[in-house]
Design a protein around this ligand. Structure first.
Ligand code: GDP
Length: 335
């Protein structure tokens, strides 16, 4: 009996040793990638605390830039970096400009240098200034579906919260639900709505809205416009006419803001040019940045359209509009 027990114990010990050995082998055969010393840029830290608001969190540009300059890259760092930037939707012009700036900078950490140069391309913050006495009119233009109506709703909510009297003009008389959608936003935000029946002349709506807003001593009038038209008149001519009529009615167009969907990428830039040619656009609101992993479009807007970005849309709710903050943007893009 005793020899049998000793034999069983020995077998158990041998099996246990075999299991432990196998586990160890398994562990060491799993590849472990040791990284070089990773440097967390101050920007990356700030980006992390800024949360996901503003989108672009998944871009991971810093890692790709480091890879382009890392020991594993196959020689032409600049070509690799160009590829990284183009894939991030930075656009050919802004990419060429950034490469030029970086080459001129010489040595240094490529991510830190890139952050500096992104900030140089973006320039300072450009807040909308609505503190002039009298009625400020903001004309909002852009293609259908870019987010004009929603953005106007969010902006109205923000301005009302700041204590301003706000009116909305439903001058997109073409899109079926635009008027109703704006009405919901007006009720939600506490703004007054001026609208006419679907198919009405957009300029007539704008005229009425200015007259009514002036009579009610409104501070800010936000004018929604069509992204497509029912009339024979081309869209761009119609927008220019709406602007003229607002001024004729005594309103001052303080800002003409172009709403651009961040997800349309470089196509959006081409569309935007048509609007900037027709009306004197003073700034861009970039919507749907919450769903875009390719935040480089911001740089393309700045460089190719030479327009400041005023706000970014980060969702569909009333609070999902943020003033554009260049430093926070650069951090999020690189983080
Ligand atoms: P319009 O035709 O330009 O007036 O566009 P809408 O305001 O109707 O917006 C089109 C769609 O985009 C709607 O479903 C909106 O809820 C959505 N949208 C607008 N802005 C944003 C944003 O910043 N983020 C997200 N995720 N959706 C948005």
């Amino acid at each position: 009996m005793a020899p049998l027990l000793v034999a069983v114990a020995l077998i158990v010990v041998v099996v246990l040793l075999a299991v432990v050995f196998a586990r160890r082998r398994g562990g060491s055969s799993t590849p472990t990638f040791t990284r070089g010393p990773t440097r967390e840029t101050p920007g990356a830290r700030r980006g992390a605390t800024a949360g996901s608001a503003g989108g672009f969190g998944s871009s991971g540009l810093a890692a790709r830039v480091r890879a382009a300059f890392g020991p594993g890259s196959d020689g032409d760092h600049w070509a690799a970096l160009e590829d990284v930037l183009l894939k991030a939707d930075v656009g050919p012009r802004a990419t060429a400009d950034l490469l030029h700036r970086l080459r001129a900078r010489g040595d240094g950490d490529p991510v830190d240098l890139l952050r500096d140069e992104i900030l140089a391309v973006l320039g300072p913050e450009h807040q909308v200034d609505l503190d002039a006495p009298g009625l400020d009119v903001i004309l909002v233009v852009g293609v259908n579906g870019s987010g004009k109506t929603t953005t106007i709703g969010k902006l109205a909510a923000q301005l009302v919260r700041e204590g301003k009297r706000v009116s909305l003009a439903a001058a997109d008389t073409f899109r079926a639900a635009a008027g109703e959608q704006l009405e919901v936003w007006a009720q939600r935000s506490g703004a007054q709505l001026v609208s006419q029946d679907r198919g009405a002349d957009p300029s007539a709506v704008a005229f009425d809205a200015v007259t009514s807003a002036t009579a009610r001593q409104v501070d800010v009038l936000l004018v929604d416009t069509a992204g497509r038209l029912h009339t024979k008149e081309p869209l761009m001519q119609e927008l220019a006419k709406v602007k003229r009529v607002i001024e004729k009615a005594g309103g001052t167009v303080t800002e003409t803001l172009l709403v651009l969907d961040a997800q349309t990428g470089q196509n959006g830039i081409a569309q935007a040019r048509a609007f900037t040619d027709a009306v004197d656009v003073t700034g861009v609101i970039l919507t749907k940045t919450d769903g875009s992993a390719r935040g480089g479009i911001v740089l393309a807007v700045r460089e190719e359209l030479d327009l400041p970005i005023r706000y970014v849309g980060v969702g569909e709710g009333p609070d999902d509009l943020q003033p554009f903050d260049p430093a926070a943007f650069a951090d999020r893009l690189l983080a």
